[in-house]
Design a binder for this molecule. Sequence first.
Ligand SMILES: [Zn+2]
Length: 129
Amino acid sequence: MNKLHHLPGQLGIEYKTISEMVTIYCKAHHHADSIPCAECQSFLVYANEKLDRCPYGQIKPTCNKCPIHCYKSNRREQAKKIMRYAGPRMLLWHPILALKHIIGEQRSIPSRIPHTASNRHIRHKHKKK
Ligand SMILES: [Zn+2]
């Protein structure tokens, strides 16, 4: 898998959670030789890119509570299918990640969207120095 950005902190936890959910979903639905299959891999690259660009950065609300809908409609549908299937199963297979997500859902949504908090922004700022 290539083109993935390194996501530290909270963003990394979110990415890990999504990739575990994709694995659960892919295993049950796609029966490909490699898990995740090509289609699911491309979804993960997309999710990784969106997390990298999320303007909330480290203070992001969980995606289901977020006021910004940054996924394109077809990707959003794909995400919904994956979450619906894998969400309840996460408690069984990855209880710590599931718990972190549930705790994350209790966090309040920041009242303003920051301008310089995205991982992408911080990454580019470091590069310039
Ligand atoms: Zn798949």
